[in-house]
Design a protein around this ligand. Structure first.
Ligand code: AMP
Ligand code: MG
Length: 530
């Protein structure tokens, strides 16, 4: 083992495993069925099966940080064993694959576009197992690794474009500081995949502490399997919210955690102009992660009712509706948990009491979301002290951004360049607005508000630049990387990942990645087809 400060630190604590530096070490670090893992819940929750092999897999993108967080030496992916690495992370069989520890697909159900959809499940995802490293336990999952018993009419595959988008956005969101599933790799194959046209396959290795969705709970509730429902809830509590055991009702406390983390997540999404696109209950994480990147989008020209998913004809999941949809989804979760609530209460009148309790608890969503959003907006406006009317000030800005269709990311980023006292320096943000008079009127209020702030311009700008990203995964940036990758040039995927690793930093070499989208970008459409 070569010397490095991190190895030295690890050697000092012999409870931490050393870095896995070969494919066999990586494979053996991925355990399946350890006590406390999702896999240990048993066959009612999942089906074990091998992945369907793909021919000649090749690495398209690698998150070195993610590899390091798993304790994997990232150089294995690009070194002598690169073919073994690519083969392993598409699920191709290797000699190291233990036959009694096949990967698994989990079963869940859910509401899709507001309608009960019945049983769904991992139709194209297979979990390889779990890695314990540096005190964290992370599940490692392949998305697009072939058909499963839950594939319904699907082919179990994901195409190159959607896999690159999921890979890049998972890492981009993480670096923005927004809770999300992560991505280790995106690996392609020339295997043809039929969508509207013939495309090629790619597999993303996703990583998260848990992939449990609201829909998992709905599944066991709808099938009247209260014992399994309880097992699942106990798993989530034991793993993520052990303090819920101290509450009067641990399962209400679990719901409260979901309410809290979902409200926080919604405030975070709103704060960067992120739209998920398919906020079905099967795409909602019980631990408040952004999960299942499909037709997502960051808003360029601001429209409060922006719909990022071309298949969402009604705009159910538009930007302005997302927080309300999250509440609706939490309502479905609460409903599914009802059989677990108030187990200590006498049977007589229990149903009514627990439903009342759950309804009261759901109100925490509004109580949590509204202040979280105001706090986010205050930070985005560079306001350190809290004053009444701050929410109105922020709304005023959103109104003129909407009316002028100004670029979401650039408006907030450039706002930090405004001087407290000197309106002659407004150009970087003023020029984004067609209606200059409206901008000047809002800015006058903003400047007045800034007189109550203790920080000077430089300190305020520095703080604003830590919350208003300069670089987000705009559709056209992803599209450029996808177009190049489909010609087997993966340099742009790597470059874009590199830019998005430091979204709040000025990166002069990458100024073009922070600019307005080109004209052709407005014609880009993303849909459920992935
Ligand atoms: P999504 O809208 O991508 O979250 O997918 C909803 C459900 O459809 C999930 O159960 C997926 O696993 C499943 N699914 C989506 N695409 C495919 C596919 N190509 N093959 C099999 N199952 C799929
Ligand atoms: Mg999904």
């Amino acid at each position: 083992m070569s010397f490095s400060p991190s190895n030295a630190a690890r050697a000092a604590r012999d409870d931490t495993p050393a870095e896995a530096r070969s494919m066999s070490e990586i494979a053996s670090a991925i355990e399946i069925g350890e006590p406390g893992s999702f896999a240990a819940l048993g066959t009612a929750f999942l089906t074990r099966l091998p992945a369907a092999p793909v021919p000649d897999p090749y690495l398209i993108g690698l998150s070195r940080e993610m590899a390091e967080s798993l304790g994997f030496d990232p150089d294995v992916a690009v070194g002598q064993e690169k073919n073994e690495f690519a083969g392993y992370f598409v699920g191709n069989p290797t000699r190291d694959w233990p036959s009694d520890a096949l990967p698994y697909a989990a079963v869940y159900s859910g509401h899709q576009f507001g309608v009960w959809a019945g049983q769904l499940g991992d139709g194209r995802a297979l979990t390889l197992g779990e890695v314990e490293h540096d005190g964290a336990r992370l599940e490692v999952q392949l998305k697009g690794a072939g058909r499963t018993p839950y594939s319904r009419m699907g082919d179990g595959r994901a195409v190159l474009r959607s896999s690159i988008r999921e890979f890049l956005c998972s890492e981009a969101m993480h670096h923005l500081g927004i809770p999300t599933t992560r991505a280790l790799t995106v690996i392609g194959s020339d295997l043809p995949v039929r969508r509207e046209t013939i495309e090629t396959a790619a597999i993303v290795t996703r990583v998260a502490p848990s992939f449990v969705r609201f829909g998992h709970f709905e599944h066991f509730y709808s099938n009247d399997r209260v014992d399994d429902l309880k097992k699942l809830a106990d798993h989530v509590i034991d793993r993520f919210y052990p303090h819920c055991r101290d509450a009067e009702d641990p399962y209400l406390a679990l719901l409260d955690e979901a309410v809290r983390s979902t409200a926080d997540l919604m405030a975070q999404w709103q704060g960067v102009g992120f739209c998920h696109g398919v906020m079905n209950t099967d795409n909602m994480s019980i631990i408040g992660l952004t999960i299942d990147y499909g037709p997502f989008g960051f808003i360029d020209a601001f429209n409060a009712h922006h719909i990022c998913n071309h298949s969402d004809t009604q705009g159910r999941y538009s930007y302005s509706r997302q927080p309300q949809v999250a509440y609706w989804n939490l309502f479905c979760l609460a409903q599914a948990l009802v059989p677990l609530f108030g187990q200590e209460l006498p049977e007589e009148g229990r149903g009514e009491r627990v439903v009342q309790e759950a309804q009261k608890l759901l109100e925490h969503y509004r109580e949590r979301f509204a202040p979280a959003l105001v706090a986010k907006m205050r930070a985005k406006l560079g306001l350190e002290v809290e004053r009444e009317g701050d929410d109105k000030l922020a709304n005023g800005l959103f109104e003129i951004m909407h009316a002028n269709r100004t670029d979401f990311t650039l408006t907030f980023r450039n706002l930090s360049k405004l001087s407290k006292s000197d309106a002659s320096q407004d150009a970087p943000v003023r020029d984004l607005f067609l209606d200059r008079a409206a901008f000047d009127a809002w800015t006058a209020q903003y400047r007045e508000r800034l007189t109550h702030e203790p920080r000077d311009d430089a300190a305020r700008a520095a703080a604003m630049n830590r919350v208003n990203p300069k670089y987000v995964l705009r559709n056209h940036l992803a599209e450029n990387a996808i177009r190049r990758a489909s010609e087997k040039d993966f340099a742009e995927v790597a470059r874009l990942l590199d830019v998005l690793r430091r979204p709040y930093d000025e990166q002069p070499a990458y100024e073009a990645y922070a600019g307005l989208p080109p004209d052709w970008a407005s014609a880009l459409e993303v849909s459920c087809s992935s």
